[in-house]
Design a protein around this ligand. Structure first.
Ligand code: ADP
Ligand code: MG
Length: 681
């Protein structure tokens, strides 16, 4: 029996040249060879040509009916054609640059041919040919990514020898407990299933095992990192008063959704822990994150701590202030607002009260992180729309407390798959349900020439006292052109309405004060139509706005379209969104269709992920996602979630750290250096 750590050249048929080509592929030992997985399996099941659509891949068994004819097309280029009989079909088979077939193919001979079926011309453009009838075991053949002159058949011969050299013995790397639980194939069976599957099911089960194993390793590393970080970052255990929190929830004028209840529980549990909370709260626009934030802040207050809520703009901070006051005033919790426009004297008094502990909760913008803002006892910090804040700003605010717990809120739906990977070091809570009774935003996709139809619709809304947004085209890399466009649209509309409705203009070149002013006018209903570039505030709440038109909507990604659309549909009125777009690509059309089909931000985010792939979703650099051998984050997200739960449980399980069954997993962690803190990525 060969030892699998031996060099590959101990296998038969591997000479100097082949060895160096294998080396180039990173294959030095027999073991390396075994762990080289195919990137796909070719389906060689026999198909009936009558049932096969044009351009699809087929494999047929056929009898050669003619002498092959060869056409030379130039240097090393040739085309060979032969007529074959497959069942009742007399068809032609064509191969390019396979000159050697000329002497191999003789009339009467049976061959198995695979290729692309040209239904119109009744031709198979061959990709592979085997001489003789099809063999049973070749329904699914792995396809490896190979280098040099090694071709698939040769490579499979080496692989066969490599697997045979195991002699049916290979140490299991997954705990038997998990193999049992999920009915996974053993390591030997799975290796056979990857390299020499008996059938589709065999290949599928093998893949299932390795995907799970790979994702489990990945999640164990993340969970181990999280555990060591938690142990090293001591925080405060906020012992809130459960009864008081319950009483407060009872005073809220609506019933929390199940999703809100769930995330409140997740956050509360975390508050009580002695480590520092580092949690991301995701919830689609309108899902009700503010009340969740309020409950969490109040919990901290009942434990004797102060809380802070930081928003990216003054208007948002004011809106939070309004909501929180309406809930907190009746129960005597002191809330204050600090922003850039707080008057000097008022500010001095406010800061004094903050320092004395007379203010329980401070809401504000960046103004919260100025050096003279001193809390008495800051225990909990929430930042809204976290992506708007720099890491540094968050750190400064955090440092104003004694390592306070931190909750980040965002309305950008990130598919669960990516959230639990990309935010590996953060815990994630998701509100995936809207309060009952919300009306869907009716979304229509119109051609740009149908602009007039949408203006008519807008006018009918305005006549009923509603307000509208017009989002102007985004011109890549030219803010100047963006502005020009917005100004043009603004002037057009102003001319059309001729004073009947007031039109406002908003774009990135305005001074922050001007922006605030125009937003305020819109919020207060003094402006009926707001023409804006995409700078229109995330999270702004104008419940009376019921109409939005988005120019050149196909230039936006799904996530951004969804964000923009979320500016309407926030009140009791039925709302409308019109996408004006003539997309040139299939993908663009699909995006427009998706928008008209669903209002669900998470569904759209999943779709976005599917259309763009995980790398693009965040931008390649940020994603920090490892390269997987088999797993695919988009399609294997359920397995990823299972692996995450298993890893989170195992890492705190005595058994995991002691039992022989888990030794392989422990060794994997030890090698990663995470346990000793050598690698903190
Ligand atoms: P977002 O998650 O976008 O910040 P908000 O917190 O602003 O959403 O909530 C949107 C609106 O829904 C607010 O008017 C809020 O009071 C209301 N709301 C929140 N939760 C519920 C609920 N469970 N039932 C009914 N209305 C709710
Ligand atoms: Mg909000």
């Amino acid at each position: 029996m060969t030892n699998i750590t031996e060099p590959v050249n101990t296998l038969k048929g591997i000479g100097k040249e082949t060895e160096s080509q294998l080396n180039e592929m990173g294959i030095y030992t027999i073991e390396d060879l075994i762990w080289t997985f195919p990137y796909r399996h070719e389906d060689f099941r026999l198909k009936d040509l009558a049932q096969t659509p044009h351009n699809e891949k087929v494999t047929i068994e056929a009898r050669v009916e003619s002498v092959p004819s060869v056409l030379y097309l130039g240097k090393n280029k040739s085309r060979i054609q032969v007529t074959v009989l497959a069942g009742r079909h007399l068809v032609k088979v064509v191969f390019f640059n396979q000159n050697y077939l000329r002497t191999k193919l003789t009339p009467g001979q049976v061959v198995t041919v695979s290729g692309k079926w040209d239904r119109g011309r009744q031709v198979i453009n061959g990709t592979s040919i085997k001489f003789g009838p099809k063999m049973d075991h070749t329904d699914f053949e792995p396809v490896y990514s190979l280098k040099g002159s090694i071709h698939q058949t040769k490579f499979r011969k080496y692989m066969r020898q490599a697997l045979d050299s195991l002699n049916g013995v290979m140490e299991e790397t997954l705990p038997l407990q998990l193999i049992d639980q999920y009915q996974l194939p053993t390591i030997l069976d799975a290796l056979e299933g990857v390299h020499f599957p008996k059938d589709a099911e065999h290949a599928k089960q093998a893949r299932r095992r390795f995907v799970y194993e790979e994702l489990l390793h990945f999640q164990l590393r993340i969970q181990a990192l999280r555990k060591t970080t938690k142990e090293n970052e001591k925080g405060i255990a906020i012992q809130y008063d459960l009864q008081k929190v319950r009483d407060f929830i009872a005073t809220i004028p609506f019933e929390l959704t199940n999703a809100q209840k769930r995330v409140v529980n997740e956050i509360s549990k975390d508050l009580k822990q002695p480590h520092r909370m580092n949690r991301l709260l995701q919830g689609d626009v309108g899902s009700g994150k503010t009340i969740v934030a309020a409950i969490a802040l109040y919990s901290a207050v009942t434990a004797g701590y102060q809380g802070a809520l930081m928003a990216p703009t003054e208007i948002l901070a004011e809106q939070h202030m309004e909501s929180l006051k309406s809930w907190f005033d009746p129960i005597g919790v002191k809330v204050a607002l600090l922003s850039g426009s707080t008057k000097t004297k008022e500010r001095r008094i406010l800061l004094e009260k903050l320092h004395n502990g007379e203010i329980d909760i401070l809401i504000g913008t960046h103004a919260l992180i100025q050096p003279d803002v001193i809390f008495k006892n800051l225990g909990f910090v929430i930042t809204d729309e976290q992506h708007r804040f720099g890491v540094e700003q968050r750190r400064i605010l955090r440092d104003k407390g004694m390592n306070p717990d931190v909750l980040f809120m965002t309305a950008t739906p990130i598919p669960r798959t990516l959230a639990i990977t990309a935010f590996g070091e953060m815990d994630v809570s998701i509100i995936d349900e809207l309060p009952a009774g919300r009306k869907q935003i009716e979304t229509h996709w119109l051609k740009k020439e149908q602009l007039n139809a949408s203006i008519t619709k807008m006018e009918s809304e305005l006549r009923q006292g509603r307000q509208a947004y017009i989002i102007c085209p985004l011109i890549e890399e030219s803010e100047k052109l963006d502005v020009q466009n917005a100004v043009e649209v603004y002037e057009q509309l102003a001319t059309i309405f001729n004073g009947r409705y007031k039109v406002g203009l908003m774009h990135g070149r305005l001074h922050p004060d001007e922006k605030d002013e125009i937003m305020r006018a819109f919020t207060e209903g003094k402006v009926d139509v707001l023409v804006s570039t995409t700078v229109v505030e995330v999270g702004v709440n104008v419940p009376n706005a019921s109409f939005m038109a988005i120019y050149d909507a196909d230039r936006f990604g799904l996530a951004q379209l969804h964000q923009l659309r979320g500016r309407v549909g926030r009140g009791v009125h039925q709302s409308y969104c019109v996408l004006l777009a003539d997309p040139k690509t299939e993908e663009g059309k699909e995006r427009m269709m998706s928008m008209t089909q669903t209002n669900d931000g998470f569904k759209l985010a999943e779709k976005d992920l599917e259309l763009r792939g995980p790398g693009d979703f965040f931008g390649k650099k940020q994603s920090g996602l490892p390269d997987f051998k088999m797993a695919d984050l988009v399609h294997d997200y359920r397995t990823l979630e299972t692996a995450r739960q298993d890893a989170a449980r195992l890492i705190y399980d005595e058994q995991f750290w002691q039992a022989e069954d888990y030794r392989h997993l422990r060794e994997m962690l030890e090698e990663s250096g995470i346990l000793t803190g050598e690698r903190m990525d």
